[in-house]
Design a protein around this ligand. Structure first.
Ligand code: ATP
Length: 200
């Protein structure tokens, strides 16, 4: 199965782009959703996280306290690596299961930190959603009501636009109107349909 890895910085438009592929009946595997499922109460990954980071990372009701975990791992490489060592193999396994369970010419795997986390071997082709940082900040501010400083910190912790562009096989420029996007996705969809014929 041809696996297209859809990536891009915070607020670049990954979910928006994924929706346009979904509209074309292409299955979407969202690694953020897989990661959230993995850390539900009772799941082995949550127990490993508690053993590694302590009880402070769970709420009284047993659910993961994402903000506390993010605070402990953000900009702390060794803590982040420990968290990745718990989650990544399990995400890989779930991804493989999902890929094997669908029947489609190709799948889109949304992997926000595809490049940063060195997960490029999971995919056959990298599709980057790119736009200027000021637009990313503006969109996230509007969407989440988050303050600018916080968004800039997240942006700075992600790979630079240049690094991502250098790694990408295809790039969607998403700085224009939403209505411009559909035609770009249709073009890529046709290209991936053709590519998928070579896979079989
Ligand atoms: P995150 O990394 O934070 O999950 P994302 O990359 O999935 O974000 P989206 O959620 O798709 O990004 O887009 C961020 C916000 O910008 C959303 O509110 C979305 O509706 C809006 N948006 C995306 N593309 C455009 C566009 N071309 N024009 C205007 N708004 C857009």
């Amino acid at each position: 199965m041809l696996v297209i890895g859809l990536t891009g910085g915070i607020g670049s438009g990954k979910s928006t782009v994924a929706e346009l592929f979904r509209k074309r009946k292409i299955p979407i595997i969202d690694t953020d959703i897989l990661a959230r499922e993995l850390v539900r109460p009772g799941q082995p990954a949550l127990n490993e996280i508690i053993q590694t980071f302590g009880d402070t990372v769970i709420h009284k009701n047993g659910e993961l306290d994402r903000q506390t975990l993010a605070r402990l791992t953000f900009q702390n490489e060794s803590a982040r690596k420990k968290l990745e060592a718990i989650l990544h193999p399990k995400i890989r396994q779930l991804m493989t299961e999902q890929i094997n369970s669908v029947s489609a010419p190709y799948v889109i795997a949304v992997i926000p930190l595809l490049i940063e986390a060195g997960q490029t071997d999971l995919v056959n082709h990298i599709l980057l959603v790119d736009c200027p940082e000021e637009i990313q900040i503006h969109r996230v501010k509007q969407r989440d009501n988050r303050d600018e400083q916080q968004i800039r910190e997240i942006l700075n912790a992600q790979a630079s636009r240049q690094t991502k562009i250098a790694m990408a096989d295809d790039i969607i420029e998403n700085q224009g109107e939403l209505s411009d996007l559909d035609a770009k996705i249709e073009k890529l969809h046709q290209k991936y349909l053709l590519m998928s014929q070579d896979e079989t």
